[in-house]
Design a protein around this ligand. Structure first.
Ligand SMILES: [Zn+2]
Length: 240
C-alpha cells in the first residue's frame, strides 16, 4: 500500500513539474517577442472612445466648412474617422496615386492638416499635384515594433511633386541636387506646424532617400504658431 501511495505522489510531482515548465517556457516566449506598440496620439485608444468619435465628427464638419469634398470611408483598421476624397484634391492640390488603384481611406485629421494649412503651404511652393505611393497601410515603422501612423490613416508617402508649369520634381533624384521646389516644400510644410513629422532624404537618408513622409498632427497633438493664430486658420485656408 505504502509503495503505491509513493508512486502516485511521484506521478503528481512529475505532472506539476511539467506544468510549471510549460508556463515558464510560455512566459519566456512572451518576453522575447514584445507586442507592437500602438503609437496612438495622446488620449487616443483603440477601439475609439466616445470622445474620439465626437471629435471626429467635428473634424468632418470643419472639412465641409473648408470646402473639401469628402465621403464616409469604409471601416478600416485602425482609422478612427475614415473618409475618402472622391476628387482626390485638397485646397487646390491634386493627390495622384502612382501605382495603386484606390480607394484611399484616410483619417479625417490627415485631410484636415492639408485643408487648414498644408495645402496652402504646397501652393506657396508652386505645387499643383502630389504623386504618392500610399496613405493607409497596416504596418509597423520600418525596423521597429511600433505601429506606423500609416496604420492610423494619418500619413502619406509622396515620391514626386508636379508644379504649376507641369514640371516634375522627383525626391529620389532631385532632392540631393538642391531642387528649390522640394526644399521649399520641406520648409513650408515644417513651418505650418500641422504635421508631426516630415521625413525627407535630408533628415532620414536611410529610410526616406526617395520620398517625403507626411505625418499629420491630430487634435490632441495640435500646435499653432502665434503668428498663425493671429491670422486665424480660416483666413489662411481661404487663400488656398
Ligand atoms: Zn511613410
Amino acid at each position: 500500500m505504502r509503495s503505491i501511495a509513493l508512486t502516485v505522489m511521484r506521478w503528481i510531482a512529475a505532472i506539476v513539474a511539467v506544468a510549471v515548465g510549460c508556463a515558464a517556457a510560455h512566459a519566456g516566449r512572451k518576453t522575447k517577442s514584445p507586442k507592437t506598440r500602438l503609437n496612438m496620439p495622446p488620449g487616443w485608444t483603440w477601439p475609439p472612445s466616445a470622445k474620439m468619435k465626437s471629435d471626429g465628427q467635428q473634424c468632418l464638419a470643419r472639412l465641409t466648412e473648408l470646402g473639401v469634398t469628402w465621403e464616409k470611408g469604409p471601416a478600416t483598421p485602425k482609422i478612427v474617422t475614415p473618409i475618402l476624397l472622391p476628387k482626390m484634391a485638397i485646397g487646390g492640390v491634386k493627390l495622384t496615386s502612382m501605382w495603386k488603384k484606390g480607394p484611399f481611406p484616410m483619417d479625417c485629421y490627415f485631410a484636415l492638416a492639408f485643408a487648414e494649412r498644408g495645402a496652402a503651404a504646397m501652393r506657396a511652393a508652386g505645387v499643383a499635384e502630389i504623386r504618392f505611393a500610399g496613405i493607409h497601410d497596416y504596418r509597423n515603422v520600418a525596423g521597429k515594433n511600433i505601429l506606423s501612423r500609416h496604420a492610423l490613416g494619418l500619413a502619406m508617402d509622396a515620391f514626386e511633386f508636379v508644379d504649376d508649369n507641369g514640371d516634375k520634381h522627383v525626391v529620389k533624384t532631385d532632392y540631393r541636387d538642391g531642387d528649390e521646389t522640394l526644399w521649399t516644400i520641406e520648409d513650408n510644410i515644417n513651418d505650418t506646424g500641422a504635421f508631426r513629422l516630415l521625413l525627407t532624404p535630408g533628415n532620414d537618408p536611410k529610410h526616406h532617400y526617395d520620398h517625403f513622409h507626411f505625418e499629420a498632427r491630430t487634435n490632441t497633438e495640435a500646435v499653432v504658431r502665434r503668428s498663425a493664430r493671429a491670422a486665424g486658420p480660416r483666413d489662411q485656408a481661404s487663400s488656398n
